[in-house]
Design a protein around this ligand. Structure first.
Ligand SMILES: [Fe+2]
Length: 401
């Protein structure tokens, strides 16, 4: 039995080891031999934004990411700007149209800022596509090589929910900064003194919002086409407030690096947060990205000082004797969490700390979660009600509730 225990190229670059990844994102040992669609881990999250040049600077100045590669008119790409940023094992690529006829601008007109591609690193692109095709996946790009002086990348792409795609990348024969067509680029931005090298280390999960009644169809897609297994499901009372409801199921790759919760709205008295997302994104799409940190208190302090707004948690959450009894001892006094609005949840494996930002852009669509895991492989189910009530208060302020 071969146990997949290798690091992805991004994790090696970030000097992360397997023990750190077990703690950060709940990596598990697994046997890749029987997996019809083996996935090593995340490759990149590609965004379409209204102004990639400014967004790239924002993510350096505020989220402490490092600029590592670039493509644009100066490198022969007359269609768009693309900036590749890194924080630990996380790679974000921000694209914005330059040519007025760029398809990126059409995408942006419809959806606003959002995620267009959740790219995955795989050891064998052809084997994955052969399996996906046999299972009826929509293949957007057949397997092909792209090369430059740094070597060759084997790549292909399949369609997932909405206009989102999964590009598959085998970069084992490539040493360049990102992909052929990109040049290495470092930042003119200087990290403020005293700020850590990175304020998040890894990507934990990426959540998709799909239409009413479509969740099981997408769970089936990830099970059948990509060999993912079901990790958790949340339906009924746990996940409903007095006014709105949703349903959620989580699928994960064999090694649990890649976790995809899938949400669909459920009928309630008022418009759910998922309905609001679907209305403003104009289709299914990525709702939130959970970024793993080993010091969520520091992450929150740094980001709050830079003006990032988090969903507020009422004091009643922390004063609830039931919560205090349920969570037991965590690494800091609960008052430290309360001062920052950090949520806590515990299950049989351990606990986790988490917090959610408000939407990142102009539309009430994509946002971030920050998560610090201590053994728990969950998603914070004990917090769903409090979290959804906080979101409903924000929806009401926006006039969408
Ligand atoms: Fe989450």
């Amino acid at each position: 039995m071969t146990i997949d225990q290798t690091l992805t190229s991004q994790e090696r670059l970030a000097d992360l080891d397997l023990d750190q990844l077990k703690e950060l994102v709940g990596l598990v040992e697994y046997d890749a031999a029987g997996d019809p669609f083996p996935v090593s881990g995340w490759d990149a999250v590609v965004w379409s934004v209204g102004n990639a040049t400014q967004t790239a600077l924002f993510f350096q100045a505020v989220f402490g990411m490092e600029l590592v590669a670039y493509s644009g008119p100066e490198t022969g790409n007359r269609d768009h700007h693309a900036y590749v940023l890194r924080s630990g094992a996380v790679r974000f690529v921000f694209k914005g149209g330059v040519d007025p006829r760029s398809s990126l601008l059409d995408h942006h007109r419809r959806h606003g800022d959002g995620v267009v591609d959740v790219a995955l690193e795989v050891p064998d692109v052809d084997a994955c596509i052969k399996h996906a095709e046999a299972q009826g996946a929509r293949i957007l790009e057949a397997p092909h090589d792209v090369s430059d002086e740094h070597g060759t990348v084997r790549t292909a792409a399949i369609a997932t929910y909405g206009e989102t795609r999964h590009t598959l990348v085998d970069r084992s024969k490539y040493t360049g900064p990102y992909l052929p067509g990109y040049v290495a680029r470092t930042s003119g931005h200087t990290r403020p003194e005293g700020e850590p090298k990175r304020i998040f280390q890894a990507l934990d999960h990426v959540v998709g919002n799909v239409e009413l009644g479509a969740m099981d169809q997408w769970v089936d897609f990830y099970n059948r086409i990509m060999g993912f297994t079901n990790m958790a499901e949340f339906v009924g009372e746990d996940i409903a407030t007095e006014y709105s409801a949703l349903m959620s199921k989580v699928v994960a790759s064999g090694n649990r690096r890649v976790k995809f919760p899938l949400n669909e709205p459920a009928l309630g008295k008022k418009k759910s947060q998922i309905d609001e997302y679907l209305e403003f994104y104009e289709s299914p799409g990525v709702q939130h990205l959970a970024l793993a940190t080993n010091d969520i208190l520091r992450t929150v302090d740094i980001l709050r000082a830079k003006g990032i707004q988090f969903l507020p948690t009422p004091d009643s959450y922390y004063e609830d004797p039931e919560l205090r009894a349920r969570i037991g001892e965590v690494r800091v006094p609960i008052e430290e969490l309360q001062a920052r609005g950090i949520l806590v949840d515990r299950d049989e494996d351990g606990y986790l700390l988490q917090i959610f930002t408000k939407p990142l852009g102009d539309r009430p669509t994509v946002f971030f979660e920050f998560i610090e895991r201590h053994g728990s492989l969950g998603f914070g189910i004990g917090n769903f009600k409090a979290l959804f009530e906080a979101i409903e208060r924000e929806q009401a302020k926006r006039g969408n509730f």
